[in-house]
Design a protein around this ligand. Structure first.
Ligand SMILES: [Cu+2]
Length: 345
């Protein structure tokens, strides 16, 4: 109705007679009863869940981070990457938990992160803690009609990436809030700010890494990832490390970083999860070959040997000694495109 009316007011000249007739019809419609908010098509707000940034980075944020809606509006989370949407929880849930699998203590992907619970996409959020799950059918979209009292604020968080969180506040119908278009512009500005923040650091790391390419006193260091704010840079610095046979390389993820990584050769992609089927229950999601540790930190690698740190976390390091001369490429199993090479002379 509103759209039609603005169309009419935009017309001039010869169309005025038609517009007048239509306005008359519209007037009758209004007299017959203005539709209430509940009868109108709901207003849909989009909250973006993660984005790609420059310098091979992932922007680990909900955008906009803070959203206002009216009761009855729809919030659609557009999920761009490996994330879940955990709505109305007090705390994020751990991604990996240890469970008894056929008598053995086994690290598994937490079912409370992997699988949906609470309100399913297309249903109403009534204040019951809910999760999109990681394993979704169809499009990576999670959409809820917000049906909680005005004055309520609830959290939105990704259980996979620490600190990736947002909030939704429901306000009284009488209070004006940003339109969906304005919300999209806010989201763009927030994502743009993260992208702008990481770009200078990306250039700086390239410039600085030349100084760290060779070993000093038998050791070389590699920085794994280079996070800035909500932007997680998925690169190794330096990209090339040159050492002598018998020397070692230590890879470190700074404790200020968000993303875990691996140091692996050959790379094993797409095997993060090894499902163990269960009768009459969802599968147990054992940690797969991409994430499982294969080589202990401190080990010595010989020519032709495969190695993998497995998943290692911010604040942790992984060291290998290389016994033989040769070229040793390595990759991150979680982030295709994140590669480095050790040249042993
Ligand atoms: Cu990685």
């Amino acid at each position: 109705m509103r759209h039609l009316r603005s169309l009419i007011t935009g017309r001039l000249g010869t169309k005025i007679a038609i517009a007048g007739a239509l306005a008359f019809v519209l007037g009758l419609g209004v007299a017959a009863g203005t539709p209430t908010k509940a009868q109108e098509a709901p207003t849909v707000y989009v909250m973006q869940v993660g984005a790609q940034g420059p310098g091979n980075s992932d922007l680990l944020q909900y955008a906009p981070g803070v959203l206002q809606v009216h009761r009855g509006d729809v919030v659609t989370w557009a999920i761009g990457g490996f994330h879940n949407v955990h709505v109305g929880g007090a705390e994020p849930k751990p991604l990996v938990v240890v469970a008894d699998v056929n008598g053995a203590q086994t690290p598994i992907i937490n079912p409370e992160v992997a699988f949906p619970y609470g309100a399913k996409s297309g249903e109403s959020y009534t204040g019951v803690e809910s999760n999109s799950g990681i394993i979704m059918e169809g499009a990576p979209i999670y959409s809820l009609t917000i049906d909680v009292e005005p004055g309520t604020t609830f959290s939105v968080q990704c259980d996979i990436h620490p600190g990736m969180a947002g909030s939704v506040t429901v306000v009284e119908d009488s209070v004006a809030i940003p339109s969906p278009t304005e919300v999209t512009l806010m989201a763009g500005a927030e994502i743009g700010a993260s992208a702008n923040a990481i770009l200078p650091v990306y250039y700086e790391n390239f410039a600085n890494s030349a100084a760290n390419m060779a070993s000093v006193d038998g050791k070389a260091n590699v920085m794994v990832g280079y996070d800035v704010g909500r932007a997680a840079g998925l690169l190794y610095f330096p990209y090339v490390t040159t050492i002598k046979a018998g020397e070692s390389v230590t890879w470190t993820i700074l404790d200020t970083n968000i993303e875990p990584h691996t140091v692996s050769n050959p790379p094993i992609y797409g095997q993060d999860i090894a499902p163990i089927e269960q009768p009459n229950a969802p599968p147990i999601l054992a940690v797969g070959a991409s994430l499982a540790p294969m080589t202990e930190s401190g080990a010595t690698v010989k020519a032709g040997e495969a190695f993998s740190s497995g998943l290692f976390l911010p604040g942790q390091s992984f060291t290998l000694t290389f016994a033989d001369a040769g070229v040793y490429p390595y990759s991150c199993n979680i982030h295709p495109g994140m590669n480095g090479v050790v040249i042993v002379q």
